[in-house]
Structure formats: structure tokens, C-alpha cells
Design a protein around this ligand. Sequence first.
Ligand code: SAM
Ligand code: SF4
Length: 461
Amino acid sequence: MDQQQIEKYLDGSLSRTPGTKIQYGHPSPRYWEKSDLDLPDLLAPMRPERQLSLYLHIPFCVPTEPGACGFCLFAREDFESYPLVRRYVDSLVREIERVASLTGRRKVDCVYYGGGTPNLLRGPEIKRIFEAVATSFIVTDDTEITFEGYPPLFTQERLEALAEVGCNRISLGIQTLQPDLLPESGRTQDLAQIESTLRFAADHGMRANVDLITGWFGQTPESIIKDVDTLLDWGATGLVNHPLMIVGDSDFARRAEQLPDVPAQARTFDAARIRLLERGFRMDSYTDYTAPDQRCVRYLELYRDILNTDRIGVGYGANSLIAGTEFAPGSTWANLRSIGAWQAGVDEGRTVIDDRYAFSADDLKVLYLLKGLEGFPWLDAADYSRRFGGDLKRDYAPFWEAFEARGWLRWEGDSPRLRGDGIFYTATVQRVLAEPRVQQLRTSRGMGARSRNPLPVVVRG
Ligand SMILES: C[S@@+](CC[C@H](N)C(=O)[O-])C[C@H]1O[C@@H](n2cnc3c(N)ncnc32)[C@H](O)[C@@H]1O
Ligand code: SF4
């Protein structure tokens, strides 16, 4: 693409909400294909010297009105009963054991329980999965273990069970602390309980992350600054600020005209960023902030450091990424996105893959570039040249120039870093950088620019 085409692409994207890493990797799941490869073949490009990241998906959620909190993009199910949850846990443990029988009992660097709503599990189910992971893999004191959840479900009993099994990080989906704004999603919260959950975490040496969403009905820069201040005063050690993504036919999507427009969303996003920096937090990615005395969250670091990490997702709809090498690239895949089909497959010992994308060497380079613009470990010209033998500045010169001309990017030594509005538009920057490779894919598959496959439910890993 030349600079004029890049400018045109960016101009055409400004009025669309850019989105976040929740939705976009490279390439988008629109370009993935049905796979009949068996798990041993999928895992073959793993490398023993790489770090290992495990993602475990717990899909169940407290039902809300509107459904799925009005906005949620994930593979999730309304909670019906604990016998069904226990049945899911049985299958999850079976899949953990199957993966470990193929990988060997490797050291695991981070384990992330995501959802859905992991803290819907109770003590016995939590213990069962933690034991399965510890038996199948080597979990050490250095292993970062995160348990995500819906704030009202972080009860004393669950927190104690988590502390007992060695969980060292919790993540609370706050979204907004404003009591007048929250009901739009049908979610509930108790401010005193959030405060005491954060206190419990601090008292037990656990890190505590909080998720906020920018672009909520009625939200203003002032209200998000208030949320940031309150959560930091209560001891949150990390904060993720997600720009609201609207896709599909969610309740929020149907009411999209009542949401703040994109420039207003960008202002609120920026207000939170500036406040977090004023409070001494460090920006470890365009959405992730960390307390000054803490290192970057391992899960996020490994999520981006794809060339040094093997990432395996377990559970229905979970996503794995084994990059392999430039000479023998690996692939990324998603487990079956129907809970019944996933469960039946696991129980019968079958491979439960829905679709997959086999990387080319070019894809690995694109992924490396996109992840490094998103956050720590940041993109670095010396590392790029060592890995790919090129010149980062020269190889993408028209892109850097277009971003710099908008005030979206500045070189800090060897590292191109997004700045100003470029931070809010990170996903837009990623899409335009990936566009030449995506155009090749469209051409090779005979897909018109408009005749794209529908985007499946978002996968996590
Ligand atoms: C699995 S949820 C967190 C745990 C728990 N289920 C809850 O909601 O409290 C993961 C996070 O993704 C974010 N998220 C989900 N859908 C989103 C969307 N459409 N746009 C932006 N962020 C979204 C929310 O901040 C949410 O906390
Ligand atoms: S935001 Fe959390 S609780 Fe709400 S539907 Fe999504 S995963 Fe479930």
C-alpha cells in the first residue's frame, strides 16, 4: 500500500469504533478454515524452550436482562444448574489430561481462568481443576494464576478457596462503578463488596485487576476518572480499559444510537489513560495499566510474545496459538463453539477443533508487528532485524509516515510507539498494517472485499 491508500483507509475508519484485541487477531477468524487435523498434529510445532500459557474457559454466567449483559462478545452460556457445571468441569479436566498426555508434563508459566464467569465455580470445582492442572503440568511459585469473575460472586468462601489453591491474581469485571449507569446491562454490584474483595486480594498477596468499559451509555470523562480513582484508592493493582465493541445483534448494538459517538468514546478513553498515568500507573498496552511496583502481567506479556510462547486454550470455544518457526510455521485454532458438541467430543476422546488458520512466515511477521505495537514487549527495530533480517523503519516506511503525520506515532529510539489518538485507534492501525497480507488472502481464496465470512462468536485464549 502506498501512503495515499493508507491515508484513505484511515480516513474511512475514523468514525467507526476501532475495537480491541478481544475481536481482532491476525488474521480475523473470518479467514480461518474448517480443520480435520488431530490434536497431536496441531501441537507438533510446540517448542520445549518456549514459555507455556494455558487458558481455561468457564462459559457459565449469571443470567441478565438484557441477555449477555447487553454487550458481551464471548462464548458464554446462561447458568442453569450446578450438575451441568460439574459435568462441564468433568470434560474440562478430561481435555486438560489429553493435552498433557501429548505435551508431556511441561512447566507452565501462566494459567488464566477466563469466561464466561469462572467465579461461578464453587470451592470443590475450583479445587478439582487446580489439582488437574498441577498434576498434568509443573506449576511453580512463579506461575501466574489468574481467576476472572463477576464481582458479586467473589464471596468470602470463594476467595478463601482461591487463596488456598494458590491463585495469585484475580480480575474483576467492573465495567462501570456508576450505580446509575450499570443497570443498562442488567448487572448488579455492591460497592462495599468490591472494596472488600480488593482488600482480601491485597491481604493475601494476590494481584487484583479491574476491567472498565469506555463508551457506555451516559458515561463521561468525569465519570470514568471517578471510577479510576476509586478503584486505585481501593487497591487495584491493574486496570484494563476496554473500548466498548458493538457487534452482532446485542441489546447495546440495537441501541447504538444512544451510545456516545466515537469522538466522545475517544475522549473518555483518553481521560482514563491520563488519570492512570497521573496516578503513577504504567501503560503496558493500549488497554492495560499496571501499578508502578508490579511487573507486567505475565498473561498479557505472553499473549503478545507469540514467537516465544506456546498458548493452549482448553474448554469450549477456547483459542490456541502455536506459532512454530518462520521455517515451519504453526497455526491458531478454536475449539468447537457449541458447548454440547465440544463436550461430546472431549468425552469420546476426539479432537474438538472447529476451525483453524495455518500461518505462513509472512503471517508470523505481521502478528509480531501487530502485537508489538499493542504493548509490552514493545516493537523494537533491533529485535525485528535479528528475527526477520529486515529494517523495521524502511520495511513499513509509508505506514510509519502516515501515522506520524497524524500525530499517532513517535519513534522512541528503536521502538515505534503509538501516542495521542493513535492509542485509541490501535486496532485500526493494526488492521491497516495487516491489510496487504489480508488482501493476498482474499485474492487467493476468491473472496471479495465485501463478501467476507460472518465473524463467529469471539474466541479467547
Ligand atoms: C469474561 S468478562 C469478565 C468476567 C465476568 N464475566 C464479568 O463480566 O464480570 C471479560 C471482560 O471483557 C470485557 N468485554 C466483554 N464484552 C465486551 C465488549 N463488547 N466490548 C468491550 N469489552 C467487553 C468486559 O470488560 C469484561 O469484564
Ligand atoms: S460480560 Fe461477563 S458476565 Fe456478562 S455475559 Fe459476558 S462473560 Fe458473562
